[in-house]
Structures are given as structure tokens and as C-alpha cells.
Design a protein around this ligand. Structure first.
Ligand code: 13P
Length: 247
């Protein structure tokens, strides 16, 4: 389970909350990743050191260093203890114009620096209404993974985040999410093999809340959640409890 804090919290809030989570989630026996804003990564890293929680970043650039004003390189993230990097989030694609080609470069750069990319894919409302869901998800997944070796693909996490469900309160119905997750799993089987496809975690994201999470988590191809709004407060602890009943 990963919490994407997006552009939220002050430094003090980030430190207080991550400290609380290290205590409240200490007994959980599955991977939990916190993804605070860049400027608080160092503070949160110090709090998470020696605990069971893992650190993630929300984005990065694909070059190692150079004249890229405002960007952060994978090497810089690695240096402060980041293990996961969210890449291709729909907010990055739609607000900041990230292309599939850039996302593929980022995925490779993250892997080259020994971290794990959490690759977000998902269709817009309009694409779903036009019957393009599988087509969009296939194209985004194929392009994000283009040119990766099998060894590297094993380290990837995929997150299906239907754009219409992000921050809207409209969660995908469990069967809707499951059918896309199944589709991604089958695609991974086609691209690689069955064993590898089983190993790659496929998370669901989009308006996850404690009252809808169980129904999603019991789907066979939903391996966890990428949580936005509900990762900012105690709902995150409720969500973790739900997973802990199931693992
Ligand atoms: P919400 O959970 O706020 O809908 O956001 C989901 C998301 O974008 C996680 O990356």
C-alpha cells in the first residue's frame, strides 16, 4: 500500500504524521510506502529509518544531472533513501504534459539507480465512455515498459488509476477495477511470462476509502492500493488494517 501525499502538508505535519504512522503501522506485515513532497523527503527519511515503512517520491527527472532547472534526479532521490518513485501519474500526464516516452525514460532511470518505479496508467472518463479503456491501458503499459529487461521488469509496480476516479469520490466498482487489472496481468504474461506477471504488484488507485477498500482488495488481481486523499490522515491506518486481515 502506498500513500501519495501529493502537494499537501507542512513540514511539521509531515514529520508528525509519519512519526505517528511508524508507531501505528509497526505491526503490519506487508509493504507500506509513504510518498511525501520532495522537500520533506529528507525529514521523513530520517523518521522512517529503522522502521518497517518505506520511502517513495512522487516524481523525478530522467537525467543524472545538468541544466534542468527545477528538476530532481533519480540519483538525488536514491541518496536520501528513496526506494520507490511514482511515475506517470495522471496529474503529471495531464497538468504537466508528460508523454509516454518521458515516462519510459523515467522508468529506466529509476531502475538504473536501484529504485522501483510505481507506474501509473489509466483512462479518462471520455476514453472509458468511448470504449477505449483497454486500448489506453495497454498502450500506456507497453510504452512505459518498452525496452526493459526481464530482470528489471520484476522490480516494477503498476498502478491502475482511472482518471475519472482520482479525487472525485467516484471509486471504480470492484468488478470494473478487477477486469482492468486482469487485462494488465494478461498483457504482462504476453510480454514476459506467467511467473513474472504474477510477481508484479498491480495496485488500484482512485478514491480509495475505508468503506470501499475491502471490496477492491478481495479481487484476485488487485494486489494493493495507491491512496491519495485518504493517505493524509487516520483513514490510512484503517486501510492498512483492512489489508492486514487479508494477507
Ligand atoms: P485519491 O485517492 O485522492 O482519489 O487519489 C488517488 C491518487 O491519485 C493516488 O495516486
Amino acid at each position: 500500500m502506498a500513500g501519495n501525499w501529493k502537494m499537501n502538508k507542512t513540514r511539521e505535519e509531515a514529520m508528525f504524521f509519519s512519526n505517528k504512522l511508524t508507531q501505528d503501522l509497526a505491526g503490519m506485515n506487508f509493504q507500506i510506502v509513504l510518498c511525501p513532497p520532495f522537500v520533506f523527503l529528507q525529514n521523513v527519511a530520517e523518521i522512517l529509518t529503522g522502521t518497517k515503512l518505506h520511502l517513495g517520491a512522487q516524481n523525478c527527472y530522467y537525467e543524472r544531472s545538468g541544466a534542468f532547472t527545477g528538476e530532481v534526479s533519480p540519483l538525488m532521490l536514491k541518496e536520501i533513501g528513496v526506494e520507490y518513485v511514482i511515475v506517470g501519474h495522471s496529474e503529471r500526464r495531464h497538468i504537466f504534459g508528460e508523454t509516454d516516452e518521458m515516462i519510459n525514460k523515467k522508468v529506466k532511470a529509476i531502475l538504473d539507480n536501484g529504485m522501483k518505479p510505481v507506474i501509473c496508467v489509466g483512462e479518462t472518463k471520455e476514453e472509458r465512455e468511448r470504449g477505449l479503456t483497454f486500448c489506453v491501458v495497454e498502450s500506456q503499459t507497453r510504452q512505459a515498459l518498452f525496452g526493459l529487461s526481464k530482470d528489471n521488469v520484476e522490480k516494477v509496480v503498476i498502478a491502475y488509476e482511472p482518471v475519472w476516479a482520482i479525487g472525485t469520490g467516484i471509486v471504480a466498482k470492484p468488478y470494473q477495477a478487477q477486469e482492468v487489472h486482469r487485462f494488465i496481468r494478461k498483457l504482462l504474461e504476453q510480454l514476459y511470462d506467467e511467473e513474472l506477471a504474477q510477481k508484479i504488484p498491480i495496485l488500484y488507485g482512485g478514491s480509495i476509502k475505508p468503506d470501499n477498500f475491502f471490496g477492491l482488495m478481495i479481487q484476485p488481481d488487485i494486489d494493493g492500493g495507491l491512496v491519495g486523499g485518504a493517505s493524509l490522515d487516520d483513514q490510512f491506518i484503517e486501510l492498512a488494517k483492512i489489508i492486514s486481515w487479508l494477507v
